[in-house]
Ligand binder design. Structure first.
Ligand code: PEP
Length: 249
């Protein structure tokens, strides 16, 4: 069965609640389709209002991060239990900005993944190499290690629910996109890693996105690649341009 493409906008720390609502109000009918899964991950404070605002549409809503504990002395953090109340669809785990600025490690990514899989949310697990690693030609090795660590002790039925986002760090927010060939080559490699860890059949079911400066100009070529099942979009998801990326599918 063909894998349904999935385009998710990661708004990061942008848009107040009011701005988020304005954007969704203007765009929701253009974003509403069932040909492709479309999702938005706004900042935490806007989640419940955006969820309400998109009721009755096919638009999926996700969180950008979560903690691995249910509750406790973790000042400033939010748990899966709290997100579950909002009946969210997605939860991004291990985004490179979390790894870079908030000490997210392969181990915490794995803990978060275990936790999110106990909920109804679909995890979007981010992996990707930094520029130095690509220049040193160790990018395949780096991504393989990240994937293996993220999915440690994850059951065969659980992995099939996950989305993996390949996001080369050097392409995020830099305007530098991986070529469609580079993106396809790594997404194919990730599928092979999943096949080795689980089975070929399972690997064929897992959706793998590309992320890194995807825009209306390059989306079509990237999304046409056989092992790329969608995009995780940062900057361009804050603009009307996001619609063009959805249309590119
Ligand atoms: C991202 O943050 O996941 C991302 C891919 O950002 P951008 O599209 O801005 O590079």
């Amino acid at each position: 069965m063909a894998r349904k493409k999935v385009i998710v906008g990661n708004w990061k720390m942008n848009n107040t609640i009011k701005e988020s609502l304005e954007f969704i109000n203007n765009m929701k009918y253009k974003m509403d389709t069932n040909i492709v899964d479309v999702g938005i991950c706004p900042q935490y404070l806007a989640l419940s209002k955006i969820k309400e605002e998109t009721k009755g549409t096919n638009i999926k809503i996700g969180a950008q991060n979560v903690h691995f504990a249910d509750n406790g002395a973790y000042t400033g953090e939010v748990s899966t239990k709290m997100l579950e109340e909002l009946e969210l669809d997605y939860c991004i785990i291990g985004h490179s900005e979390r790894r870079q600025y908030f000490n997210e490690t392969d181990e915490t990514v794995n803990k978060k993944l275990h936790k999110v899989l106990q909920t109804g949310m679909i995890p979007i697990v981010c992996v990707g190499e930094v520029l130095k690693e690509r220049e040193e030609n160790i990018h395949f090795e780096v991504v393989e290690k990240q994937v293996e660590a993220a999915f440690k002790d994850i059951e065969i039925l659980e992995i099939q629910k996950c989305i993996i986002a390949y996001e080369p760090v050097w392409a995020i927010g830099t305007g530098k996109t991986a070529t469609s060939v580079q993106a396809e080559e790594m997404c194919k490699y990730i599928r092979e890693i999943i096949a080795n860890l689980y089975s070929k059949e399972v690997a064929e079911k897992v959706r793998i996105q590309y992320g890194g400066s995807v825009n209306s100009g390059n989306a079509k070529e990237i999304l046409n690649m056989p092992n790329i099942d969608g995009a995780l979009v940062g900057g361009a998801s804050l603009k009307v341009e996001f619609i063009e990326i959805i249309k590119a599918v």
